[in-house]
Design a protein. Structure first.
Length: 99
C-alpha cells in the first residue's frame, strides 16, 4: 500500500473504507527496533487518514467477536467519509504469490 508514501501497509487493508488492520505479534514487534518501525508505519498511515487497528494474535483467538465488532465499526466509520486519496501498489510478495 502506498499511503502517501507510507511504504508497507497493514496485514489487512480495506481500501474503500481506508482501514488497515495489523496483527502485532511478539515475534515481529518485540525488539525496540521492530516496535519503532511499527509505530512509525502506524503514524504515517494515520497521518494519511487511515484508520489503523492493532490486534495481538491471542486477542484474535480469545476475543474473535470483539475483534470483529471493532473491525465492523471502523469499516462503517470509514465508509461514511469521503474516500481517501490513496493508491495501493502490489508488493513483491503479492506479485510472487500470483505467479
Amino acid at each position: 500500500m502506498g499511503a502517501g508514501g507510507s511504504g508497507s501497509g497493514g496485514d489487512a487493508w480495506w481500501q474503500a473504507a481506508g482501514v488497515a488492520g495489523e496483527v502485532d505479534s511478539r515475534e515481529w514487534h518485540l525488539s525496540p527496533e521492530d516496535w519503532d518501525r511499527t509505530r512509525r508505519r502506524h503514524d504515517r498511515m494515520a497521518a494519511a487518514g487511515i484508520i489503523v487497528l492493532h490486534f495481538s494474535p491471542s486477542q484474535i483467538r480469545r476475543e474473535p467477536a470483539e475483534v470483529t465488532q471493532i473491525i465492523k465499526g471502523a469499516l462503517e466509520r470509514g465508509l461514511r467519509r469521503p474516500a481517501l486519496p490513496i493508491r495501493t501498489i502490489a508488493c513483491q510478495t503479492s506479485v510472487a504469490a500470483k505467479a
